[in-house]
Structures are given as structure tokens and as C-alpha cells.
Ligand binder design. Sequence first.
Ligand code: SF4
Length: 120
Amino acid sequence: MTREFTCIICPNGCEIQAETDQGSLISLTGHTCPKGEAYVKQELTDPRRNIATSVLVKGGELPLASVRLTSPIPKNQIFAAMEAIRKLSLTAPVNAGDVVLKGILGNDSDVIVTKSVSKI
Ligand code: SF4
């Protein structure tokens, strides 16, 4: 069976064709570096995604602070993770690098602030 992937590891976005047999990788074409092969293997066995979003900030010069995960989590947990992040509310000041939720959904991945928001 041939499966198509668009590698998201770098902006090149290589279109990769993977020949698989019962979920196992047989051969690959279209990748231009080893990271593409690693990406497809990950997609076949344990697809993961990162999240970049924003969280409400009380008393800040901006109403929102941008946040992201420190490492990707299983793709099937993305909606639950977004829901957990949506429930967060911070109080200014917040600083880039602050951990605002540790080990989201039991994963080895934290939610951290990526843009500081000063107090009014
Ligand atoms: S295969 Fe390599 S060059 Fe192509 S998108 Fe993936 S990381 Fe970038």
C-alpha cells in the first residue's frame, strides 16, 4: 500500500511516498534528508503534534500571552490538550519561558509562555 505524507519538519515540505505493508515501512521516496524518513516512521507508529496558542492574562498590558508545548504530544490528545489550555488564566506579569501547565495530560511536555506580558 502506498501512503502519501507531507513532511512538516522543515519549510521544504517534501512530498513523501511511503510503501507500507500492514503498517510497516517497506520503502520511501521523495524525502531529501534523513529527517523525512524519521518523520514518516513516527507518523506510522506514534503520530505527534505540537500546539501553539494563547492564554488569557489578567491585569496585563495585553489580554493574551502566547504559549506552546515544550515537546509534541500524541495527535489524538490535541483536542483534550487544547481544552486544558483553554481553561488556564494567568495573572500579569508573565515571562517568556514560564511553565504554566506541567506535564499536560500526563505527557512529558509542559505548556510554556513564549511572549512576556507586563503588568499594567
Ligand atoms: S525530508 Fe528533510 S528537507 Fe524534506 S521537509 Fe523533511 S526535513 Fe525538510
